[in-house]
Design a protein around this ligand. Structure first.
Ligand SMILES: Nc1ncnc2c1ncn2[C@@H]1O[C@H](COP(=O)(O)OP(=O)(O)OP(=O)(O)O)[C@@H](O)[C@H]1O
Ligand SMILES: [Mg+2]
Length: 294
């Protein structure tokens, strides 16, 4: 087994007993039942954990169940079996100090609210002055103070995604979950957003779980990359990324070690994809044609 693939636990701030587990999933499985009686097995059996302050990326082939996993991890979706705990307690709803950023920023922002009001949304338990201060601080972190009174539709895609990140950060989460947050922006913007996310996560000591299908992005950002198999997904490998921080995109991507990690993860995904037949969903008892996975 290559040197980079190590045990489950890794914490960039501490290792051993001091590395407190924040999120833990044991033997999570999830199927979707369709009205015609067919069943899509999305997650086969997944066990993973995330320590306080750790940055973990999850990569896997398209349709393997990454979004389903993220929805289970944050309590938006109930797994069929297995256990989930956050900060030592079972997860039944989205915990208060967990924030989620989705890929479709244009669907997550309210077009009729200004940038400021979008970020203040969800902080309604705070006084007006506190809400304002939190929003301004979060928007400073994503370098958007100059468009604070603009509306989302007046901003570029990358700027809108920064507003979505500011909204997540303003809630002062301990865990930030991100589902392909940079997939809809151009390559230059993507690098800027990746670098900004790394800084925010380090500065705030945030545990971050990033779902991505971009192997370079995963290796550049993460302390540990969890590689998923095709669906019904399971963990193929966990790759500890031993590259010091702060990381600069050009420097890191030129490192032979970076190339080794990306090659290793790429080979794991491709090898598994080629030796796994397409999953055909369980047919309906009356013989109705089953729905195929995408
Ligand atoms: N709400 C749902 N109802 C029925 N089937 C679903 C539902 N959500 C996901 N699925 C199915 O579960 C499987 C996994 O979907 P999921 O969106 O989790 O994959 P993914 O890895 O995030 O895909 P992508 O790489 O395209 O983002 C797919 O076959 C999908 O069709
Ligand atoms: Mg997805």
């Amino acid at each position: 087994m290559p040197e980079a693939i190590k045990g489950r636990q890794h914490d960039r701030q501490a290792t051993g007993p001091a590395a407190a587990t924040l999120l833990e999933a044991r033997n999570i499985a999830k199927c979707f039942s369709h009205p015609n009686g067919t069943v899509t097995p999305a997650i086969g059996d997944i066990a993973l954990s995330l320590a306080k302050g750790e940055f973990v990326a999850i990569v896997g082939p398209s349709g393997c169940g990454k979004t389903t996993l993220l929805r289970c991890l944050c309590g938006l979706l109930k797994p069929d079996s297995g256990t989930l705990s956050y900060a030592g307690k079972p997860v039944s709803d989205v915990p208060e100090d967990v924030a989620v950023v989705f890929q479709e920023y244009n669907r997550s922002l309210f077009p009729w609210l200004s940038v400021r009001r979008n970020v203040e949304f969800g902080l309604n338990k705070l006084s007006k002055t506190e809400r304002r201060a939190r929003a301004e601080e979060a928007l400073t972190r994503v370098h958007l103070t100059d468009v604070i009174e603009h509306y989302p539709w007046q901003l570029s895609g990358g700027m809108q995604q920064r507003v979505a990140i500011a909204r997540a950060v303003a809630t002062q989460p301990n865990l930030l979950l991100m589902d392909e947050p940079f997939a809809s922006v151009d390559a230059q913007t993507r690098i800027r957003l990746e670098t900004m996310t790394a800084s925010i996560s380090t500065e705030l000591g945030l545990a971050t779980l990033l779902i991505t299908h971009d192997i370079d992005e995963a290796v550049f950002l993460a302390d540990r990359v969890i590689v998923l198999s095709p669906r019904p997904s399971s963990v193929l490998a966990e790759v500890v990324v031993d590259i010091p921080r702060p990381r600069t995109e050009l420097e890191v991507k030129a490192m032979p070690r970076f190339q080794e990690y990306r090659r290793l993860i790429h080979d794991l995904i491709v090898a598994k994809q080629s030796d796994t037949p397409d999953v055909v969903d369980t047919p309906a008892p009356d013989g109705t044609e089953p729905e195929r996975s995408p």
